[in-house]
Design a protein around this ligand. Structure first.
Ligand code: THU
Length: 126
């Protein structure tokens, strides 16, 4: 199940650097090598901030993997928090349309979507 991803994303969210938005996010990605995590890291030059998903992708690639098996995003908001448009494209680089993306909050997994639902008709070199 996705329980290990949930715990990993919830834990890494605590390390988020979000002094500008005050909105902390954690992401966990499963690949063959294991679980890779990321949190949002904002910057005084606002556009330079990095989303949690981007950090987790970087960690996965640095570990030598390029195939995403599953994704979970954890945030504490009234409704499920889905990856932004840019992160959908970044995820699609390494995740096929059937890859599961779980959106979680304090009570657990709220919504499960696929990459194909999040980013239909995505751009790729294929
Ligand atoms: N954010 C993420 O890290 N991931 C998401 O899926 C949604 C938004 C971050 C970006 C920014 O640091 C803060 O949340 C507010 O938008």
């Amino acid at each position: 199940m996705s329980d290990d991803l949930l715990e990993a994303a919830k834990a890494v969210r605590q390390n988020a650097h979000a002094p500008y938005s005050g909105f902390r996010v954690g992401a966990a990605i499963r690949s063959a090598a294991g679980i890779h995590v990321g949190c949002n890291v904002e910057n005084a030059s606002f556009p330079e901030g990095i989303c949690a998903e981007g950090g987790a992708i970087t960690s996965m690639v640095a570990a030598g993997d390029t195939a995403i098996l599953e994704v979970l995003v954890y945030a504490e908001a009234d409704s499920p928090v889905a990856p932004c448009g840019g992160c959908r494209q970044k995820l699609a680089e390494f995740a096929g349309p059937d890859v599961k993306v779980s959106l979680a909050g304090p009570e657990g997994i709220r919504t499960v979507m696929t990459m194909g639902e999040l980013l239909p008709a995505s751009f790729s070199l294929k």
